[in-house]
Design a protein around this ligand. Structure first.
Ligand code: ASP
Length: 597
């Protein structure tokens, strides 16, 4: 193998342009492929910028030519040579007009045949990709993803620093934090039988940094949540985490939308108009059946209790008059002939997965009304109903009559399905908005108690404080989410900074005084020594990058992700621990399946 012996790279491969013709250059990288045509050898060398073509021909020194004959895929090389015009131009690549005629070639390392192709159109399955991640990351689009990610991190750091935010690191080994997922626990050797939790977010520390007077904090922070995984979830992920003192919701939302605007401008050259739309949670749920509405298309849900309360169809009448239920509908314009009875049954199945008992429909065909419920509704009432919802010939109207939340939820998902099916979603649009005034609490049927919708440190709206005694369902929070194309990008809130309200909040959430003290006593204590009003937000950085890059999986923007089973196929973590380490930690594995020898 050759040595560098002081040779220096002069340029990255894909930076070469016709203006470099005649120059002597040195490039270094990996052999993408080489073609030996007998008296002529072409080799493509790749580095992180892309590829350029190298030629070895009858003018090449004999020993260099012979060395070139041995080149294989993924060999590591340095090439010294002159840039010249190519005879057959390749318009598909940026360096397609030029090539390097090699004067010297160093083979710095050889490579075995790689188990996956280092090409964007490689279709290896994901497990193999993750097992050989270092090769997978050589692919041009993966290199692009991580250069892009770096750029976003730089923009964020610069923007926040310029706006007075200080980057401070908070502990990884800590106490459980309250984001509502399962914790990853780390056993303590020094304190046998005790555990640290990895942070689900830096929430409590960033609040204490406000007590400390830092005024504005940020961190590109790793967070850990032991949850079931999906395409956009990983057990460890990164947040752009911020906190500010002496602020109201608008102050936080205002500065953060500027940051996001800057990210869009500087990465994609997309102009985002500010201020972003603010929509209350109530409005989002009513019109879009979602707390993260996809506003790239309109098609809003309508509540039609007034039009159905005496329509003759008893299912609608009952739902329209009971205060706990409602009749809601969607009008899909011109979609009457796009859905067969079978396809509507599929939509109904979808509605049922969100708890709906059924999905009623009316088709307004050229020949008249086609609907299984038409026979129950007299003609004049039918006319009034259809006029009332704005339906015309050619339209398909879909109804759910159910509990408010179920009806909203089911139609919210049907709406998204219709949007996809009918091609109503412009995939080139980036629609951003804030959803505000979230409910403070949500009732958990499973736990039979109210839980914090955001987290227990979120400040209720002042006008709802008196409802903390007896009307938890209707307490609104000073909480906000930023939503992009129907996906939650980030969320935050103004925090409680008064120890008394915080204690009351714990009480509402069913903590005893002792358990609140045990879990969060340090925060309550901190709040006794002069806590400024404060609030913040955290953005899911991986998800943001995934959406900006239009990738389908969060794993494509994380260098070494886990698979769907929370396993890292590359390192095979998690793995068993040897028994002496466990002994030191005072741990005995009970489950025989995973028992150590
Ligand atoms: N800690 C919160 C979260 O992870 C964000 C915040 O309230 O600032 O969702």
């Amino acid at each position: 193998m050759d040595k560098l012996n002081g040779l220096k790279r002069t340029i990255y491969c894909a930076e070469l342009r016709p203006a470099d013709i005649g120059k002597e250059v040195v490039v270094m990288g990996w052999i993408q492929r080489s073609r030996d045509l007998g008296s002529l050898i072409f080799a493509d060398v790749r580095d992180r910028s892309g590829i350029c073509q190298i030629v070895f021909d009858e003018n090449t020194k004999k020993e260099v030519y012979e060395k070139a004959q041995t080149l294989g895929s993924e060999y590591v090389v340095a090439v010294k040579g002159k840039v010249r015009q190519r005879s057959s131009i390749n318009k598909d690549i940026p360096t397609g007009e030029i090539e390097i005629t090699a004067d010297d070639l160093l083979i710095l390392n050889t490579a075995q045949t790689p188990p996956i192709y280092v090409k964007d159109d490689d279709n290896a399955d994901e497990t193999l990709r993750l097992k050989y991640r270092y090769l997978d990351l050589r692919k041009p689009h993966m290199q692009r993803n991580f250069l892009f990610r770096h750029k976003v991190a730089q923009i964020v750091r610069n923007f926040l620093s310029e706006n007075g935010f200080i980057e401070i690191e908070t502990p990884m080994l800590t106490k459980p934090t309250p984001e509502g997922a399962r914790d990853y626990l780390v056993p303590s050797r020094v304190n046998n039988g005790k555990f640290y939790a990895l942070p689900q977010s830096p929430q409590l520390f960033k609040q204490m940094l406000m007590v400390s007077g830092f005024d504005r904090y940020f961190q590109i922070a790793r967070c850990f949540r032991d949850e079931d995984l999906r395409a956009d979830r990983q057990p460890e992920f990164t947040q752009i985490d911020c906190e500010m003192s002496f602020v109201e919701p608008e102050d936080v939302m205002g500065i953060m939308e500027q940051m996001v605007q800057k990210i869009f401008k500087e990465t994609l050259n997309v102009d985002i108009q500010l201020p972003l739309q603010r929509m209350t949670w109530q409005e989002a749920m009513t019109k879009y059946g979602s707390d993260k509405p996809d506003t790239r298309f309109d098609m809003q849900i309508q509540i039609v209790c007034d039009l159905t309360k005496d329509c003759g169809f008893s299912v609608f009448e009952t739902a329209a008059t009971d205060p706990k239920t409602s009749v809601r509908c969607l009008v899909a314009k011109g979609a009457e002939d796009k859905y067969s009875r079978k396809q509507i049954a599929k939509l109904e199945d979808l509605a049922k997965t969100y708890g709906a008992k059924g999905l009623a429909y009316i088709k307004l065909t050229q020949e008249g009304i086609n609907s299984p419920i038409a026979k129950f509704i007299p003609e004049d009432k039918m006319q009034k109903l259809l006029e009332g919802v704005g339906a015309e010939t050619g339209d398909l109207v879909l109804f759910v009559a159910d509990k408010h939340k179920v009806a909203a939820d089911a139609l919210g998902h049907i709406r998204l399905q219709l949007g996809e099916d009918l091609g109503l979603i412009d995939k080139n649009k980036f629609n951003l908005l804030y959803v505000t005034e979230f409910p403070q609490f949500e009732y958990s049927e499973e736990e039979q108690r109210f839980m914090a919708m955001h987290h227990p440190f979120t400040m209720p709206m002042e006008e709802d404080l008196d409802k903390l005694d007896n009307d938890l369902e209707n307490v609104r929070a000073k909480a906000y989410d930023m939503v992009l194309n129907g996906v939650e990008l980030g969320g935050g809130s103004i925090r409680i900074h008064d120890a008394k309200i915080q204690e009351k909040m714990f009480e509402c959430l069913g903590f005893t005084k002792e358990s609140a003290q045990e879990k969060f006593g340090f925060l309550l204590e901190a709040f006794k020594y002069g806590t400024p009003p404060h609030g913040g937000i955290a953005f899911g950085m991986d998800r943001l990058i995934m959406l900006l890059l239009k990738e389908n999986s969060i794993r494509d923007v994380i260098a070494f992700p886990k698979n769907q089973n929370a396993i890292c196929p590359l390192t095979e973590a998690p793995s068993v621990s040897d028994s002496s380490a466990l002994k030191e930690l005072g741990i005995i594995i009970a489950d025989t399946k995973n028992k150590n020898e």
